[in-house]
Ligand binder design. Sequence first.
Ligand code: NDP
Ligand code: GDR
Length: 364
Amino acid sequence: MAVENAPPKRALITGITGQDGSYLTELLLSKGYLVWGVIRRSSSFNTGRIDHLYQDPHENDVRLRLVYGDLGDASSLNRILKTVRPNEVYNLGAQSHVKVSFDVPEYTGDVTGLGTVRLLEAMRELDLDDARFYQASSSELYGKVMETPQSETTPFYPRSPYAAAKAYSFHVTRNYRESYGMFAVNGILFNHESPRRGETFVTRKISRAAARIKLGQQQKLYLGNLDAKRDWGFAGDYVEAMWKMLQVEEPNDFVIATGQTTTVRQFCDWCFEELGMPVHWEGEGVNERGLLSDGRVAIEVDPQYFRPAEVDLLLGDSSRAQKALGWRPKVSAEELAKMMVRSDMALAESEAAQKAGTFQQELC
Ligand code: NDP
Ligand code: GDR
């Protein structure tokens, strides 16, 4: 509980422009925090997910500020930490796409792996002893299936440059905790999604395509491995767990998951069914394809989306977090699929309306 008249807590978030960064910012602002977000310079605007939280920095009592920096640039991290002197640091920034990490392995290692030690080392050098550090660790650490459900004691077997970089970050975070007594923790989060999910992750790719196919804006959806199984939760629930991990007395690492696993194929079924377009996966002429009930081919497998090494099955056991943090997932994968496809339907409709407007403008 907040002490009356105590100064507001200061949080620094890397990856504030990403899916989780936007939900976490909303949560921390609602709790009265002052939030600083690290953004990268980009040739086009990259703040779309947090634009609704914008506050004019010239006004008084500004609660959200953005600063330029990069996890690949230690000097920028040092400068930011020195200026902000946060109570809590959330390291969410990363090259976070598993498939892309096979294409840019060294860059992924630098940002997703070494970026973490750059932050931790800057905190140590600046004597930010009281600051608490959250590392966005991932269920990708488990990789090749050794046991299910996967918990804090399951051995790691990373299957991509991304997962290998996250393994480095996991261990270095734990190492700074044990070596220097820092309050540094890993949240081992299983896949979590939302209407704000990046459009190249499979759930959003599916929900967006289903809406566009419904409106005739897209003909087909090309996917990779339809049999991969993921434990999908809602990002809004998961950022609460991040915050809770930094509020407990003793630092510890926690798995955050729903305890249910679903195939990519099933996620497709939920999205297309929600829009009244059930997909048939079996029957005459259906070979690695999903046919819509009206006979149109909606889904086709394209091997370009296969990964050099796949993670077949993720299913998490979050009982430690449930017990120690009182955290529980609130949204099931099916509810999540429906939430996402409804949101993408509204988006596709507004895009269609804008296009109609453009035509009218051209005519007049
Ligand atoms: P996103 O891909 O949506 O966001 C990644 C963020 O990192 C963006 O803000 C991006 O900035 C920023 N970023 C990328 N490169 C750099 C860099 N060099 N320096 C500083 N910032 C950088 O990821 P999510 O929000 O989904 O995930 C948040 C974190 O949690 C990531 O570390 C991810 O690996 C991890 N994670 C995610 C899970 C999930 O299911 N979502 C599960 C487990 C872990 P920009 O907008 O400019 O690209
Ligand atoms: P993942 O998420 O790799 O689990 O990493 P993604 O949504 O990319 O893939 C999930 C599964 O779906 C299969 N798949 C496809 N994936 C994509 N992107 N595109 C496709 O067309 C496609 N077809 C099938 C994949 O092979 C995979 O098995 C996410 C990221 O957010 C990481 O940062 C995070 O650490 C993990 O979740 C937990």
